[in-house]
Structure formats: C-alpha cells, structure tokens
Design a protein around this ligand. Sequence first.
Ligand code: ADP
Length: 352
Amino acid sequence: MSTVELSGITKTYGGTAVVDGLDLTLPDGSLTVLVGPSGCGKSTTLRITAGLETADGGTVRIDGRDVTGAAPRERDVAMVFQNYALYPQLSVAGNIAFPLRNAGVGKAEAAQRARAAAVRVGIEDLLTRKPRQLSGGQQQRVAIARALVRTPSVFLFDEPLSNLDAKLRVELRSEIRRLQQELGITALYVTHDQEEAMTIADQLVVLNAGRIAQRGTPDELYRTPADTFVAGFIGSPGTNLVDGTARDGVFEVDGLSWPVPAAVAGAVTFGVRPEDLIVAPDADGHARVDLVELLGPRYVVIVKVGERRLTAVIEASVVAAWPAVPQPGDRVRVQVRPGREHLFDAATGARL
Ligand code: ADP
C-alpha cells in the first residue's frame, strides 16, 4: 500500500522541457493512466518515478519518503515494459523468480512464489519454456508475473500492450486492471491509446507537451474536457471543434447556426462530440453526406457543410428508421443535441 507524490518534476533535453513542472499524486491502491500523444513526456515521467531517469527539478515521494535520488531497487517499484525485457537464456520460471533470487530469497521459496504468480496470469503450463518459445502475449504475461512476484509497493507500466494485436490488447488490459485491483497495488500506466486509458483508469491524466492538460476520472474528462486539446484527444472519433462567433444566444459560422447560452459572446470554439451531432435526412438540408462507415452497431457519418467536415456517430438502430442508409451526396440537416455543446475560448482553447 503506497501513495506516490510527484512535485514540480522537470526534465529538460537539449534545452526543451519535456516534463514541465508536473505535480501528480497517485492515490494508494489506485491506477493512474498518463495518456497523450507521442513525445508529450509520459515515459520520461514514468522513468523518473521508477528512478531510471533523474529529474532536473522536483521531488518524488513514496509514502512520504523522499526517493528523488534513490536507485530503482530502493523504491520497491516493479516495471513492465513494451518490449517485455525478458532474459532469453532463462526459463519462464527463472524469469519470474529472478527478482526474488536477486533479493536473496531461497531457491525453493522463489520457485513456489514464481509458480503462484504464473497461476495468477494463467501461464503455469509454460514454466519450463524459454521466452523465444512464447507468443508476444505470453511473453508479456511472464513480464507481468515477474513484476507482481515481489508484491511491490508500486506498479509501473510503460505501453505494455503496444506490441500486441488488437484482440489481445483488449483481453490483457482488463486482466492487468483485475490484477491491480485484486492486489490493491498503486499503479502508474502509460499509453498513447485513449481508449485503453479510458477503460482502465481510476485517475486519467492527459499530458500535452510536458504539462498536465487535465486530470480526473475518465467520465469527468469525457463530459467536461478542460480545453480543446483534451476534447480532441479523448473520445474516438474526437470532438468536432468549430471556430466561430457567438452573439445573442446563437453560434454562427459559414452556414452553421447553433444555439448557445446567451451569456456567451465573441470568438469561441464550439465543440460537439460525434454522438451529440444529430444528423437527419432532409431534402432541404444545407449539409451533405460525404462518407459513411458502418462500425458494428453504429455508423460514422462525415457530413460537409460548405467546405467544413463534421463527424457524426449514429446508432444503426436510428438509421434503420430512415428511408435508406445515407449515401454520399444525400442532403441532411445537422443539429446539436441540446445542452451537449462544449464551448472554449477561441484564443486560449480553455473551457468557458
Ligand atoms: P512519450 O512517452 O510521451 O512518447 P517521452 O517521455 O518518451 O514521450 O519523450 C518526451 C520527449 O523527450 C520526446 O521529444 C523525446 O524525443 C525526448 N527524449 C526522451 N528521452 C530522451 C533522451 N534520453 N535524450 C534526448 N531526448 C529524449
């Protein structure tokens, strides 16, 4: 059981602050996901937490103890990497037992605990194999078993699923989540995949250029994105963002005219999630269908209003009630589900 506190963490490479004054608490027993585009400083933050990288400024505390200058093994953290990082010459059992043997645990006890960890991740049948005789998913299970065998204070995951195929990623992410919850171990998990982040996080932290754009529960970030960056990044497809002018309770630009609260005036960015855009067939509509994709139970429909493209997600059951499935070129009208708009300052991108 551990709380991790990062305070004022800064890291500079070649004159650029890749982590820029980051303050973040990982509450005891929770799973925090750092998400953001490639290069935003996620791995650097994780590696500083692990002690694999030294911060230029700021402190790292684990359970109130200042570990800023401590080596990784003094921090009682266990890491799972994207590339598994297994020892090729050791068997699965040897790999899992390695941290125990390293810590001086006797051979018999280490073997027994390695087996128990293998059972937890469903690879007890593979204990005598070498890593090269395993699939990617099996190798990552070995790495996860190796991380949990010592029951560390903190789990650190650095893009653990990025080398696996889509189906396995979905399977393994919920297993990681289940294990983390069962063991109650505080965890920090880095991914560029917002869907993965949304599905497993207690606390979701969006990083943009080394700074926290927003933190909260996945639901909070989805419902009330703090700025246009978060609105565009969280959700797939991302939020439609349209720059225009608000006046007397109406947002307008290039043939679009949507209601907004009367108090909002001036240059604003109007955000609307694809599922909150109501598209309906209308022979007099001023929008046209540009592209239609059926994605399982819903359609992704790109409509064009003038030269502007907007993305709508429409339930297949809704489209079933239309005279026909929309085709490129069809005329439609486009409205926003009342109250579902997100309004941002056009200059700063901050939520209004
Ligand atoms: P992310 O994990 O979000 O993709 P990283 O934390 O790995 O991002 O990297 C952040 C930025 O710092 C990137 O621009 C990367 O190129 C740079 N960077 C990371 N490690 C080093 C290093 N050892 N030397 C120089 N630049 C680095």
